[in-house]
Design a protein around this ligand. Structure first.
Ligand SMILES: *[C@@H]1O[C@H](CO)[C@@H](O)[C@H](O)[C@H]1NC(C)=O
Ligand SMILES: *[C@@H]1O[C@H](CO)[C@@H](O)[C@H](O)[C@H]1NC(C)=O
Ligand SMILES: *[C@@H]1O[C@H](CO)[C@@H](O)[C@H](O)[C@H]1NC(C)=O
Ligand SMILES: *[C@@H]1O[C@H](CO)[C@@H](O)[C@H](O)[C@H]1NC(C)=O
Ligand SMILES: *[C@@H]1O[C@H](CO)[C@@H](O)[C@H](O)[C@H]1NC(C)=O
Ligand SMILES: *[C@@H]1O[C@H](CO)[C@@H](O)[C@H](O)[C@H]1NC(C)=O
Length: 530
């Protein structure tokens, strides 16, 4: 009885094992694939995997194939690609965009895809095999520090401020790794903003698989010749997926690294991590910012003292936040609270200045400076920061300050109109960035990138090249509209009024004068000379 049962058990186990040998395997027949033109040098197909380990049986590799890169791409879930079923050192790689290089004389080979921690019951993978001949450069061929000696993949790490895309140097047939003669070109491609759809993700990867497509769809970034060459930094735009690609070129022959994607945040925690802070505090302060932004944009000059206070406050917050960010041992909350308190005092001090001295030209300077700051930030955001000379801090800040000063000098002669412009410009920007928080868009990074340049170490090496998509275009148009409309309304309101409101001293003086002069001057008609 017992024997019988154990025999049945064994049989069942056998059948299960056998069936898995059949059902788990992915067979790839490469007989129709050759290195060379793209349409028959790249195998790509989607599979859905449910088991913990899946065998990939690659057969009929043609003789002209010198090497190939097998890539596995998954959305969110980490998988391990290995050359053995048992993981041995230097023979596997784990991640969402992984790849291994194969190069031997055999006509078949075997790989395994292992799932470690399943996020969902099944995982969809994009399996890609790109074929090269033996004289093509080898992506990641120079053994440096990665888990596998040849590492054709990229490893992305990120923090709040930037993404770091790490790779290994390429090698080529007959070239020593010390010579550094294989050239690399780096590219990136933005996925649609605030889109965490898996289809979009895979679609983006498919665009960056081959050298030809990378050149077609990717945007090239400069490659610094130093420590950051293979640790390329990219400014983080949370919630916007970014596909990274590297092309290695030697002797007119090119090969592509395995593309990698990052959203700069945790996809499993999309709302909280990728769509920005979702606390009630934050929602409230953004709503307040919209209201104050609109107020300054349309009535900033009319309510001069109120605006002075707000400009002083903004300036104080900005300066304090930038300054204490240089010191690393404060948390974001501490920084925010400190800058708010100090900003509050700045506002009061600035109002006091006006109350005491009452010189409009002095009082509007701060608004002009902030305008200059924003203009300089826009200029660098729009492309200047990606010109290699500006990795040098000296060049960067000298140019930045020059732009600020030029803006200041241009505004000063038109004190009243300058102030109206500054109010509408700053107010509409505040309003737009707060709106971005609710509806998406990346214009807030105009200021954030300047902040990062001040406070984040090595950020001068980061690629800025921001995404500028439909929603950003719409926001920019809205911004311009608000600006023009704000100027129009304010100039209209200002008609027939003195350019600046009287301050306390002038009011007192004026009262004194009227008391005294009413007797002497006003009632005496001017003498007539005929
Ligand atoms: C590859 O593309 C070229 C031109 O696009 C075409 O002429 C050729 O037939 C294609 N080859 C295969 C195998 O699809
Ligand atoms: C791989 O596939 C080929 C062709 O389908 C087959 O002959 C071979 O036995 C397979 N190898 C393994 C280990 O399953
Ligand atoms: C995948 O691996 C990375 C690096 O080890 C880790 O940070 C990340 O949390 C993992 N993702 C999942 C979904 O387990
Ligand atoms: C790669 O480098 C490591 C350390 O630098 C070394 O231990 C290892 O043997 C090297 N592997 C190969 C295949 O050269
Ligand atoms: C991919 O996204 C669709 C919705 O667009 C969803 O239904 C599906 O479950 C997702 N697949 C995976 C593997 O996450
Ligand atoms: C590379 O190709 C270009 C044109 O396709 C040719 O002019 C050049 O001589 C080639 N260089 C090498 C080293 O083969």
């Amino acid at each position: 009885m017992m024997d019988n049962r154990s025999v049945v058990m064994k049989l069942i186990v056998c059948i299960v094992l056998l069936s898995c040998v059949w059902c788990d395997g992915i067979d790839i027949d490469l007989s129709r694939f050759h290195p060379g033109p793209e349409n028959h040098s790249v195998f790509r197909k989607y599979y859905t995997i449910t088991e913990d380990s899946t065998k990939i049986n690659i057969t009929n590799i043609n003789d002209d194939v010198g090497m190939f890169i097998i890539q596995v791409h998954t959305f969110v879930e980490n998988v391990t690609l290995s050359t053995n079923l048992e993981l041995t050192l230097h023979s596997y790689v784990t991640g969402t965009n992984v790849g291994l290089l194969w190069g031997s004389d055999e006509s078949s080979s075997m790989f395994y895809v292992l799932r470690n921690i399943a996020v969902q019951k099944e995982v969809r993978i994009l399996l890609v095999v790109t074929l090269y001949d033996e004289y093509d450069p080898v992506p990641g061929g120079c053994n440096l520090s990665f888990d596998t000696p040849v590492a054709p993949y990229q490893v992305i790490t990120y923090n709040d401020e930037y993404l770091s895309v790490n790779s290994q140097a390429p090698s080529a047939y007959g070239v020593s790794c010390d010579e550094d003669r294989v050239e690399v070109a780096m590219f990136h491609l933005y996925l649609p903003e605030y889109d965490n759809n898996n289809e979009t993700y895979f679609h983006g990867i498919e665009k960056m698989l081959t050298v030809k497509n990378i050149l077609k769809y990717g945007t090239q970034v400069s490659v610094p010749e130093n420590y950051f060459k293979y640790r390329r930094l990219y400014s983080s735009y949370k919630g916007t997926g970014e596909v990274f690609a590297i092309v290695a070129t030697y002797n007119n022959k090119s090969a592509a690294y395995v593309p990698a994607v990052s959203y700069g945040c945790d996809l499993l925690n999309w709302q909280q991590s990728c769509m920005g802070p979702v606390t009630d505090h934050w929602k409230l302060s953004m709503a307040v910012q919209v209201i104050f932004g609109l107020f300054v944009c349309f009535m900033g000059h009319k309510f001069f003292r109120m605006t002075l206070y707000m400009i002083g406050f903004t300036f104080g917050v900005l300066i304090t936040y930038l300054t204490i960010s240089l010191e690393e041992n404060f948390t974001t909350t501490e920084r925010a609270v400190t800058s708010f308190i100090i900003g509050f005092m700045y506002g009061i001090v600035w109002m006091f200045f006006w109350w005491k001295f009452g010189i409009p030209l002095l009082s509007v300077h701060l608004a002009f400076l902030l305008t200059g700051f924003l203009i300089a930030s826009i200029v660098f955001y729009a492309g200047l920061a990606d010109i290699p000379v500006f990795t040098n801090g000296m060049n960067f800040w000298a140019t930045f300050v020059s732009i600020m000063l030029v803006s200041l000098i241009l505004l000063i002669p038109f004190t009243m109109y300058g102030h109206i412009f500054a109010c509408s410009f700053l107010g509409s920007y505040a309003c737009i960035t707060a709106l971005n928080y609710y509806v998406g868009g990346n214009l807030q990074y105009i200021i954030i990138n300047t902040y990062r340049r001040v406070a984040v170490k090595n950020f001068n090496y980061a690629v800025i090249d921001p995404p500028f998509q439909m929603i950003d275009t719409l926001h920019s148009l809205l911004w311009i509209l608000l600006l023009l409309f704000g100027i129009f309304i304010q100039v209209r309101d200002q008609r027939g009024k003195p350019p600046f409101p009287p301050n306390r001293n002038e009011v007192i003086d004026a009262e004194r004068i009227t008391e005294r002069t009413s007797l002497i001057r006003a009632e005496v008609p001017p003498p007539e000379y005929t």
